[in-house]
Ligand binder design. Structure first.
Ligand code: 3HC
Ligand code: NAI
Length: 696
């Protein structure tokens, strides 16, 4: 093979009408379209086109995948020529057949390049997608105009607004791929030769209009269908507008619309936030100071103690990926109840069609119920999910220490408690760690991995890798009350509870948070979780709004009455004037005068203390990167990814402004959560960014 650029080479196969130029892209890890790749495609195709001995051209990639898209690391800097469009035009306008040979993932700019070949062949494992929407973007290299011409607008709408890829079979069915082959390189060469032999026309996708006719209702219906899911996001709507342009305008005019909308998204904060998040999530999986070759402990079988809300969901997360689980409860009734909930969750998924009836049985068969902790003797890791009580957990760890085999990892799912104290109850603190799952544990992506003072490097590395195996997104945090997520949430709650005494209603507070982009506000969340979690009737003394509500029989959604009232059939919530009155009376008894509170004040008082606490968490080294905190909030609590998480968001608000408001509220209201973090103060005064700040 002859090098064209540092990551693209060319080779020639066969002679005469059989002679095929094979252009190979080799730009690890994912063959992104860095400038030397664009240059290589342009030069390679130009050279092969000019070479009279070449009959056809195959474009293929080395390594694990076809081109996975534009090089995201180049975004934001001045584009280096040649443009991707120039490389694409060389392919599309080539008078010799150009065949793209696809394996791995043809994503974004990668698929847009493939759609400029005259033909596409793929292996059976290949996948095809335009995931730009996940980066807050739209395909900016003609993909919005070409994909609807290949697949028809309805399928293009699905693919571009979800960003999810399709497989080879589907791609073949919808015409995105011409042939699926076994040996990709040889298959693509053979395919190219057959095109030459048959004299097949070299149709450019841009010239095809045969699939563009649509029903007038298509776009309106589609917008309604995805409206709830894409609330707050700009990119899905912009993608739809591009497809509307594809069906109503000539190709070149459609491209102008694509360019205009692409630029707008690229220069906006949503895409900046989503691109930041793309790397934040990948960064979070890497532990600073931990070598890549830290040995991992094998995890082939796990144990879960407690079959309650969390134990059940945690067990499902393992069974879902084929890892056998032994689940132990303290009595038969709790065990039966736990297993029944797991089964009914699986059956609901089967009914919805996301798994098959056979999957339900396979997964249930992976879960072995037991009443005897001695059955943990052979597991490689045990996770306790018993009640949130430190004495109980310490006792459980001491007991498990006597049962689990040497080398077994012992983990706690505690939400707040001190993992080091649990470790101290064992003879092997190096094997103890926190694995804080989020509810529902079988659904939520986040796993806070809590590093104890003595947790071994191999234990940390094993659990971080295990998280990926069970399809979770891990973030490593340190021991403190509530770790990263719940510790910050607690600060938000303090101000929410103050605000409702001062005259904001629970519905107003929730609406501000919902409109910001969270799935629900703090009071809707309390109602959902149950107001009586942690409430004790015997000691309740009407000292908080929550106690008063619980004392009056309000338990939240489960009994139809909490901060809101709930329709028994639809579960729809309605603000309850009785609750507002109860709060008013309580505020009066505390001497708090009520007033009109603006939405802006609600927003600042709920979110700025979180930013402040996040900075303190960084300062203490409880999180090692600001971006880890953002990963926690986006995946554990539904912070909208389009504003990047609390740390990134604070940067977009402007740190001097954030600091000024924290000082203002600190003086007016007091409280530890308003005491300004020195790190935040310093970064703001230096003109720096919180997202780049690192901890202790
Ligand atoms: N640009 C630069 N780097 C990229 C990249 C890209 N498009 N895609 C992945 N990488 C890097 C990752 O940051 C990671 O780097 P690291 O090892 O240093 O952390 C490495 O490649 C491997 O990535 P993953 O850990 O994600 O590997 P997986 O095997 O799990 O996944 C993948 C591979 C499916 C290709 C996944 O990386 C992915 O989804 N990438 C993004 C694809 C994408 O969004 N493409 C569209 C880009 S925008 C575009 O094309 C605009 C165009 O329309 C003009
Ligand atoms: P839960 O009350 O639903 O379940 C706890 C289960 O543990 C019960 O079924 C109980 O019978 C069992 N149990 C108690 N002592 C036991 C013992 N000695 N041996 C065997 N089984 C025993 O509680 P939930 O909500 O599942 O919480 C469990 C843990 O997970 C707690 O530490 C909690 O703080 C934490 N957590 C809870 C979250 C939630 O949203 N519910 C979220 C994240 C963590």
């Amino acid at each position: 093979m002859t090098a064209i650029t540092e990551s693209v080479g060319i080779a020639f196969e066969g002679d005469g009408a059989q002679r095929v130029a094979v252009i190979t892209i080799d730009n690890p890890p994912v063959n992104a379209l860095s400038h030397h790749v664009r240059q290589g495609i342009l030069d390679g195709v130009t050279q092969a086109a000019a070479d009279a001995s070449v009959a056809a051209i195959v474009l293929i990639c080395a390594g694990r995948t076809f081109i996975a898209g534009a090089d995201i690391t180049e975004f934001g800097s001045a584009p280096k020529p040649p443009s991707l469009q120039a490389a694409q035009a060389a392919m599309e306008d080539c008078v010799k057949p150009v065949v793209a040979a696809i394996h791995g993932t043809a994503l974004g700019g990668g698929l847009e390049v493939a759609m400029c070949a005259h033909f596409r062949v793929a292996d059976a494992g290949a996948r095809f997608g335009l995931p730009e929407v996940k980066l807050g973007l739209l395909p900016g290299a003609g993909g919005t105009q070409r994909l609807p011409r290949v697949t028809g607008p309805a399928k293009a709408l699905e693919m571009m607004t979800s960003g999810d890829p399709i497989d080879s079979t589907e791609a073949l069915e919808c015409g995105l791929v011409d042939e699926v082959v076994v040996d990709l390189r040889q298959g693509a060469i053979d395919f190219a030769r057959s095109v030459v032999a048959q004299g097949r026309p070299l149709t450019r996708i841009r010239d095809r209009n045969d699939k563009l006719a649509v029903d007038a209702s298509l776009f309106g219906d589609f917008r309604r269908k995805i409206g709830a899911k894409t609330r707050g996001f700009l990119a899905p709507e912009y993608n739809i507008q591009c497809i509307e342009a594809a069906v109503s305008l000539p190709f070149d005019e459609g491209i102008k619309t694509e360019r205009r909308l692409f630029e707008e998204l690229m220069n906006g904060t949503q895409s900046a936030a989503q691109r930041y998040y793309f790397f934040a999530e990948r960064e979070a999986a890497k532990v600073p100071g931990l070598s890549k070759d830290t040995p991992l402990r094998p995890i082939d079988r796990v144990g879960v103690l407690g079959a309650g809300t969390m134990g059940g969901g945690i067990s499902m997360s393992f069974a879902n990926v084929g890892i056998p689980v032994t689940i132990v409860e303290r009595d038969q009734a709790s065990l039966d109840r736990g297993l029944a909930v797991i089964r009914s969750n699986y059956e609901r998924s089967a009914k919805r069609g996301s798994i098959t009836a056979a999957d339900v049985e396979t997964r249930m068969a992976l879960i072995t119920p037991s009443l005897d902790k001695a059955d943990f003797a052979e597991v490689d890791m045990v996770i306790e999910a018993v009640f949130e009580d430190l004495d109980l957990k310490k006792q459980v760890f001491a007991e498990l220490d006597g049962i689990c085999k040497a080398g077994a990892i012992m983990a706690s799912n505690t939400s707040y408690l001190d993992v080091d104290q649990m470790a101290a109850a064992t003879s092997r603190p190096e094997s103890v760690i926190g694995t804080h799952f989020f509810s529902p544990a079988n659904v939520m992506k986040l796993l806070e991995v809590v590093r104890g003072a003595k947790s071994g490097d191999d234990v940390i590395a094993t659990v971080m890798a295990l998280a990926k195996r069970i399809n979770k997104i891990p973030a490593l945090v340190g021991v403190c009350d509530g770790f990263v997520g719940n510790r910050m949430l607690a600060q938000r709650r303090i101000e929410a509870d103050r605000l409702i005494l001062e005259g904001a209603t629970p519905a107003q507070v929730d609406k501000v948070i919902y409109d910001f982009g969270f799935p629900m506000g703090p009071y809707a969340m309390s109602d959902l979780a149950g107001l009586d979690i942690g409430w004790n009737e015997a000691t309740s003394s009407s000292s908080t709004v929550r106690e008063i509500l619980c004392e009056s029989g309000r338990r939240g959604q489960k009994n139809g009455r909490g901060y809101y009232t709930y329709d028994p059939d639809t579960r729809a919530s309605t603000p309850d004037p009785e609750v507002v009155e109860m709060i008013r009376t309580f505020a009066a008894s505390k001497g708090v005068a009520q007033r009109q509170v603006t939405d802006q004040e609600v927003l600042e008082r709920l979110l700025f203390p979180m930013v402040n606490e996040g900075a303190k968490i960084l300062e203490e080294g409880v999180a090692s990167r600001a971006s880890d905190i953002d990963v926690v909030w986006i995946n554990g609590y539904g912070w909208p990814v389009y504003s990047g998480g609390p740390m990134f968001w604070a940067d977009t608000v402007g740190l001097p402004e954030v600091v000024a408001r924290i000082k203002h509220y600190g003086e007016a209201l007091g409280g530890r959560h308003w005491e300004l973090s020195p790190l935040l103060d310093r970064v703001a005064s230096e003109g720096g960014k919180l997202q780049q700040a690192t901890g202790a």
